[in-house]
Write a protein that binds this ligand. Structure first.
Ligand code: NAD
Length: 489
């Protein structure tokens, strides 16, 4: 078990709304349950915001906007850096909370805290630089002067999913705050606690009132829509399903809001005959099993060239067989539960459908009895093109193996999807590696590695996987607009 006292942590975690720097219950006093997906026990109840609470949070962000935009960049940078240190100082607490509400093993939660915190380090370093980006010069006809500079877009709404309760928030908050935007964040209803604790950490680190506001609700649609319709809101940044992303883009069109969308994926992972098979198995294991497969960049389709199909399949099954399922706070557990019953039912449906259509179960596939939304590590081979899991995110620990013969076939099949988030390929041939990486229609490609996330790299997708990038120098651009001044001197 973890060192943190679970009961004490749950007693101390904030459960109210964080608006204008203060904790307050929902106006209606309503609350909703947060459940441990491994035990199905209720952890605590948190405030259930209504649309009025949502607008109150926007009021606070609007009130704080001018002051935060005018705060000297070094001061903002220092605050972000202090927040980075403060998150790491509370690493065990935050990690334990992530495991309790989301289910992933504690070691992975610690990894998420480190990854999530790094966005504050990264953006603290850029906070003072981007304000000097711009141009001053004479227009080509010689008539007058052109001056440009960057300024924050203004009050921003952030909506995040449950699979990385801290990092999906900090990836946005770090960039927004560095750029000088104030925010309202609505975390997923399954995992609100991490963001609430994070807000308290930020408050203690000295963040001015109203710069960050957190609203938790069981009625995402009812609370988000009125904020989206308010003309004071200038930007939406969303991470979640493509379906909800499209809905929010429709709402954003009304107010012509700047929009960043990190949406669903359907990542292919290609293993060529000339790959280092052990390295490919390592990479595929990371790309498949990280976060229990509940990741937008999870390897959803694994394409293996026929010459190495048997060896790769056998070794991957051996590796996935070594995972230990259980409560994420227990020592030695490497695979937690799925987030809820709905997600598990989806995985069951996708596996049953693939098997009905001709896939072979190499291992796993049996739903365990007892409490918790567990699903075992599973390997399927000979998955047919018409299986639903070819087109839908599995979001579970199920490796779906397809085979191919030629490089061209591999590329065509990898690109046979409306999504374009991540892709992975394994080969020892450098020319092939670059050629195939360039041919894959995804925002990100890993060559001989199964993880691509890094705060210094632009994370994001093309096609229906999204708009915009998070992290890197591009991440902050999402929260800035260019102001041009034409000067007749
Ligand atoms: P989801 O779209 O159901 O929910 C995401 C967020 O949107 C939650 O906060 C939810 O409360 C909110 N929401 C739901 N319906 C809404 C509505 N009608 N109006 C406003 N807000 C609404 O997604 P999920 O199941 O929580 O997350 C999994 C999805 O997120 C997967 O598709 C995954 O690929 C994607 N994801 C993408 C990235 C990325 O960076 N591209 C990262 C993580 C997850």
């Amino acid at each position: 078990m973890a060192d943190i006292d679970r009961a004490r942590l749950l007693e101390s975690v904030p459960t109210e709304l964080f608006i204008g720097g203060k904790w307050a219950p929902a106006r209606s006093r309503a609350t909703f349950e947060v459940v441990d997906p491994a035990s199905e026990e209720i952890l605590v109840r948190v405030a259930d915001a209504s649309s009025e609470d949502g607008i109150a949070a926007l009021d606070a962000a609007v009130d704080a906007a001018a002051g935060w935009a005018a705060t000297p960049p070094w001061k903002r940078a220092d605050l972000l850096r202090a927040a980075y240190d403060a998150i790491l100082a509370r690493r065990e607490e935050i990690a334990t909370l992530i495991t309790l509400e989301m289910g992933k093993p504690l070691a992975e939660s610690r990894g998420e805290v480190d990854y999530g915190a790094t966005f504050f380090r990264w953006f603290s370093e850029s906070a003072s630089r981007m304000h000097l980006e711009g141009a001053y010069g004479t227009e080509p006809g010689g008539g007058y002067k052109i001056m440009t500079y960057k300024r924050p877009v203004g009050p921003t709404l952030l909506v995040t999913p449950w699979n990385f309760p801290l990092a999906m928030g900090t990836r946005k908050i770090g960039a927004a705050l560095a750029a000088g935007c104030t925010v309202v964040i609505k975390p997923a209803e399954q995992t609100p606690l991490t963001m609430l604790l994070f807000a308290e950490v930020m408050r203690e680190a000295g963040l001015p009132d109203g710069v960050l506001n957190v609203i938790t609700t069981s009625d995402a649609a009812g609370v988000v829509a009125p904020i989206m319709a308010d003309p004071r809101l200038r930007k939406i940044s969303f991470t979640g399903s493509t379906q909800v992303g499209k809905l929010l883009l429709g709402q954003a069109a009304e107010g012509v809001l700047r929009s960043s969308m990190e949406l669903g994926g359907n990542s292919p992972l290609l293993v060529f005959d000339d790959a280092d098979i052990d390295a490919a198995v390592d990479g595929a294991t990371m790309a498949k099993m990280r976060n229990g497969g509940e990741s937008c960049v999870a390897a959803n389709r694994i394409y293996v060239q026929s010459g190495v199909l048997e060896e790769f399949t056998r070794k991957l099954a051996e590796r996935l067989g070594s995972f230990r399922t259980g409560h994420g706070l227990e020592e030695g557990v490497t695979l937690g539960p799925l987030i809820d019953g709905e997600q598990r039912a989806k995985v069951v449906r996708l596996v049953d459908d693939a098997v009905d259509k001709g896939a072979t179960v190499v291992m796993g596939g049996e739903v365990p009895s007892g409490a918790g939304h567990f699903y075992p590590p599973t390997v399927l081979r000979d998955v047919p093109r018409d299986a639903a899991m070819h087109d839908e995110e599995i979001f579970g620990p199920v490796a779906a193996i397809y085979s191919f013969d030629t490089e061209r076939e591999a590329i065509e099949r990898a690109n046979d999807t409306p999504y374009g988030l991540a892709s992975y390929l394994f080969t020892r041939d450098l020319s092939r590696a670059v050629r195939v990486a360039e041919a894959l229609d995804t925002g990100m490609t890993g060559i001989n590695r199964g993880v691509v996330s890094n705060p210094a790299a632009p994370f994001g997708g093309i096609k229906e996987s999204g708009l915009g990038r998070e992290g890197s120098s591009e991440g902050i651009e999402e929260y800035l607009e260019t102001k041009y001044i034409g000067m007749q001197l």
